[in-house]
Write a new protein. Structure first.
Lengths: 316, 212
């Protein structure tokens, strides 16, 4: 009974941390970026203010759009909520619902959410969104391939497709962490994370910018639906970033047990500060990429992930 | 004793430098990347020299670093005729990289399963599977020659192939013989031909090749 209660607490801590704290990391990122650029910048709680404001607002729907346009934001948010049960984003051991799918299943759920977002935004019938969707598609054919190859790579390294096993395998011995295939796959996934979460110095989120990639999909959304989609993208950023930290980049320090789960929230906060710092350094020191260079960037990420597979399979 | 992971790391860095050369359109960084690639091979030779306590590897390392990282780099820059910032117009880095990947991926798998897996190769350093990196480098050099029109990029492709032979030889062939062959190819094949070709013309198009 006690272990059931412990499991319940660990589950609640992991899922609520993923859902509630994800906008905070975006806020800290923006604040830190503004600080480096010499601006005052918005408050680090700004993403929360935005979400609350949008959730209270009225929804405007275009005449041409179907039910997909209205219901997809809820489904997408639900998918991200489900993924937060499946992968070690806060707590290093399996929780409730974790055995539902494996690592590859998690990747497919991410792909499903992206697909639904694309379909629903096209449903609005706006030409501008159609342009945005075609732009997104010209990039994500690489990023989705990389995501799946990276997860294949993880599966081959540990002989299982369970991220929790990978986490334990990496923390067992430093030599596991320093293996060439793991290093290559970490670099590849980090590049992918930069793209997937809009942290590449190519993208900008202003309303009239030509550099927008992901935001073009949300162009016709308004009010509560926009708020839910924005919140969903913060959760997605948190999930991918936490997988990057816990399974690839920095798998140590996580504690077990109900109290350990609470401590893990703080440890994850510190780890995220490290990731945010790296991302801010990349964003503020590199010159802005031309938009079509994003494909080259993703091609390199894809090649590194496949090269890692070659090293794993042939060198062992 | 030889640390296989260190060998893997250096060999993988060599492959990454070849990928960089494939994706880079500007000549200057490409030539520097070639120098770094050759230097990495000499680092591998030095490491094996110290680990196995064989002076031959050290001599090979010195030869490679002097001839390829310095002399050939100097001749390539001379061939560039002091025009900074010039580049070749490439046809889409992403597609070239993916075709390159498909090319060496397939070639290496066929080689591994149908050739290397059957002959039971043994090496002095005890790392027979590492020879796979030399094949990857060889196919990358070949692909660079096929995809580029400029003389400098094609010569760098040839140097990559040379590097792959040395990388293969370091692990398999008796070193004194390798040193002789390497110096012969470097001095005659690379320095002389490089200086002549780059002085002749900077770019090759299909039409020029067909004219008598």
């Amino acid at each position: 009974m006690a272990s059931d209660e412990a499991l319940l607490i660990e589950t609640i801590v992991q899922v609520s941390a993923a859902i509630l704290l994800s906008p905070l990391y975006q806020g800290i990122h923006e604040k830190l970026k503004a600080f480096v650029e010499g601006r005052r910048g918005p408050s680090f709680l700004q993403p929360y203010y935005d979400i609350f404001k949008l959730l209270k607002k009225e929804v405007v729907v275009t005449e041409n759009s179907s039910f997909l346009f209205i219901y997809t934001p809820y489904v997408v948010f639900g998918i991200y909520l489900l993924i937060s049960f499946l992968i070690p984003v806060v707590y290093p051991s399996p929780i409730y619902l974790t055995p539902t799918v494996d690592f590859l299943g998690g990747a497919l759920l991410f792909s499903l959410a992206s697909f639904l977002k694309l379909i629903s935004s096209v449903e609005s019938g706006s030409n501008f969104v159609a342009l945005g969707v075609s732009r997104v598609l010209s990039f994500i054919f690489f990023s989705e391939a990389t995501l799946i190859t990276v997860f294949f790579g993880v599966a081959l390294i540990t002989g299982t497709n369970n991220p929790y096993v990978t986490l334990q395998y990496l923390t067992q011995d430093i030599s596991h962490y320093l293996q060439l295939d793991h290093v290559l796959i970490t670099v590849s996934f980090f590049m992918l994370w930069l793209f997937e979460t809009g942290k590449l110095p190519a993208e900008s989120s202003g309303l009239s910018e030509m550099g927008m990639i992901d935001d073009a999909l949300l162009y016709e959304y308004s009010g509560k639906l926009l708020g839910i989609l924005k919140w969903g993208s913060y959760v997605k950023q948190y999930l991918l970033g936490s997988v990057l930290l816990n399974v690839f980049l920095f798998p140590w320090l996580l504690q077990t047990g109900p109290l350990g789960a609470l401590l893990d929230v703080f440890i994850m906060f510190l780890k995220w500060l490290l990731l945010i710092l790296i991302s801010v350094i990349i964003n503020t020191t590199l010159a802005k990429l031309r938009l079509f260079k994003v494909q080259d960037f993703l091609a390199v990420s894809f090649i590194l992930s496949v090269f890692s597979l070659i090293v794993t399979v042939l060198i062992g | 004793m030889v640390n296989a992971q260190l060998l893997e790391l250096i060999s993988a860095s060599i492959i990454v430098s070849a990928l960089y050369i494939q994706g880079q359109a500007y000549f200057k960084p490409t030539i520097y990347a070639q120098a770094i690639q050759s230097a990495l091979i000499s680092v591998l030779a030095f490491y094996l020299g110290f680990a196995l306590n064989l002076i031959d590897y050290v001599i090979l390392g010195v030869t490679i670093v002097v001839l390829r990282s310095f002399i050939i780099t100097y001749f390539l820059f001379r061939g560039l005729k002091a025009k900074p910032g010039i580049r070749e117009s490439t046809r889409g880095v992403a597609s070239e990289l993916v075709v390159n990947l498909a090319f060496f991926f397939l070639a290496v798998f066929i080689l591994y399963y149908f050739v290397l897996g059957r002959i039971g190769l043994t090496t002095e350093a005890g790392a027979a599977t590492l020879t796979i990196f030399s094949f990857i480098l060889f196919f990358q050099g070949l692909f660079l020659i096929v995809t580029r029109r400029s003389t400098i990029a094609q010569i760098i492709g040839f140097i990559e192939e040379e590097n792959s032979i040395v990388l293969f030889g370091i692990l398999t062939i008796p070193i004194p013989f390798l040193i002789e062959v390497s110096i012969f190819l470097d001095v005659l094949g690379l320095v002389v031909i490089t200086s002549l070709l780059t002085l002749q013309k900077l770019e090759h198009t299909k039409l020029e090749e067909l004219m008598g």
